[in-house]
Design a protein. Structure first.
Length: 92
């Protein structure tokens, strides 16, 4: 085998070992108990976050509807330009 293939295999095996160690650490790390009060606080914060997110999504929807309406109106109101070289009648 060439040296570049050996280097790539060594790097991949080391990366796999590190990622496997991280996965095991995450799976088996000690968990601290959650109290009812802290859970209630987190749920309240989650509700507030979801409420603000829904308001922002509604604003985005309104903006898209407004833009679509403006584009539709602009496409129906095409400007008519005079043909070049045509005579123009102007009142004097």
């Amino acid at each position: 085998m060439s040296s570049s293939v050996i280097l790539i295999l060594a790097l991949c095996s080391n990366a796999l070992a590190v990622l496997g160690g991280c996965a095991l650490w995450i799976a088996y790390r000690p968990r601290r108990p959650v109290s009812d009060e802290s859970l209630a606080i987190e749920l309240r914060r989650l509700r507030e976050s979801v409420a603000s997110l829904t308001a922002e999504v509604e604003r985005i929807g309104e903006s898209q509807r407004y833009t679509a309406r403006l584009l539709h109106e602009a496409s129906t109101m095409r400007a008519t330009f005079p043909v070049p070289g045509a005579k123009t009648v102007t009142p004097h």
